[in-house]
Write a protein that binds this ligand. Sequence first.
Ligand SMILES: Cc1cc2nc3c(=O)[nH]c(=O)nc-3n(C[C@H](O)[C@H](O)[C@H](O)COP(=O)(O)OP(=O)(O)OC[C@H]3O[C@@H](n4cnc5c(N)ncnc54)[C@H](O)[C@@H]3O)c2cc1C
Length: 380
Amino acid sequence: MLMDYTDEEILLRDSVGNFADKVLRERVRPFVVKHAFPTDLVREFAALGFMGTAYDPDFDGAGLGTRGAAIVAESLACVEPGFAAIFLCNSAPMTVLARYGSDELKREWLSKLCRGDTLASFGVTEPSGGSDVANIRMRAVEDGDGFVLTGSKIFSTNAGTPLHGLSTIVAVTDPDMGPKGLSTFVVPVGTPGFQVGRPSKKIGWRIADSVELFLDQCRVPRRFLIGQRGDGLRQILTTLSIGRILVAATALGLARKAIGLARAYGATRSIGGKPIFSNQGLTFPLADMLTKMHAAELMIRNAATLSDAERPFRTETSMAKLFASELASEAADAAVQVHGGYGVFEDFEVSGLIGEARVLRLVEGTSEVQRLIIARELAA
Ligand SMILES: Cc1cc2nc3c(=O)[nH]c(=O)nc-3n(C[C@H](O)[C@H](O)[C@H](O)COP(=O)(O)OP(=O)(O)OC[C@H]3O[C@@H](n4cnc5c(N)ncnc54)[C@H](O)[C@@H]3O)c2cc1C
């Protein structure tokens, strides 16, 4: 297991870190406070080409795979986890297109997404329940030279924002085929019958909009079917697995931010004439966090390396996602504790990290779903 960062990866980390430190840190806070999507910041970030980090240079990507994308997510989350969410939710539809789309579809949509001309959303979860991804109700009925989609999706992140250009939507094409009856489609914004709901305030991913999608007799041409008809479930499962690595990387970045804030506060706070960090009761939990952050980094890089090598990676990915997302919550909690009472006031950035971390244990499969996947090893 080789964990070294390549020269290209170091350059990537420095470049995204530079954007995060110089641009994001300076300007993102007002959007977090207002729970508002930072359109101009996303546009500036996307124009630098970072959205295409993982993907094939033939389609305007940087060719740095999931390892590269994980570096981007972590570097952004070190400053603003919600911004990493915008990146990782854009990556899911890009992954479906990159892995399964025809060259024609990739030229039409993936290149645009890599160049940062537009944003995409991923439409899998439905109001009837997200943990059972095979149980999808959205219908896609073949009609002439296309398909007509009807149904709804929920929590679709990036949809409805000013930069949103398309959704990739999973729908039932063959109801008699069970899980083999699902297929994935590109549905561009502006397709008649395609509407999005209004964003609601959330305790985490505050600057990312997650909304409902409504498709009413929405017609798309046959060429907007991604890959093979009936291949939807396999596509979702692989895409979700890759997405889990990016959620884990976001969680690691968030933990780094939390511990950074705790260190900064602890370095200045004295009680009874003694610096608070002279109490081991306060520093030992932070030492545990540093140890777990190191473990999370190794798990994430291992899962991403397996993914890029096209080797089996689902169990390792679920382990990394489970471990890192639970770590993020622990780190946020420990950092609030270091701040004492100040830690729960919104003026202190650390207070917001509890909610930001909480989301990561739900998205791309809850912690329970990750445990279900890992527990399959027991039966192997
Ligand atoms: C902020 C946010 C952004 C999101 N963005 C997107 C997006 O862009 N695109 C998208 O498609 N989806 C998105 N999601 C959906 C997300 O992936 C789902 O919320 C998640 O998969 C859980 O589905 P659910 O909310 O329907 O919960 P449910 O499936 O209803 O689960 C409820 C509870 O039951 C537990 N549970 C369910 N089944 C089992 C079981 N067999 N064993 C043990 N426990 C079980 C779950 O772990 C959970 O605790 C987003 C969600 C959030 C919160």
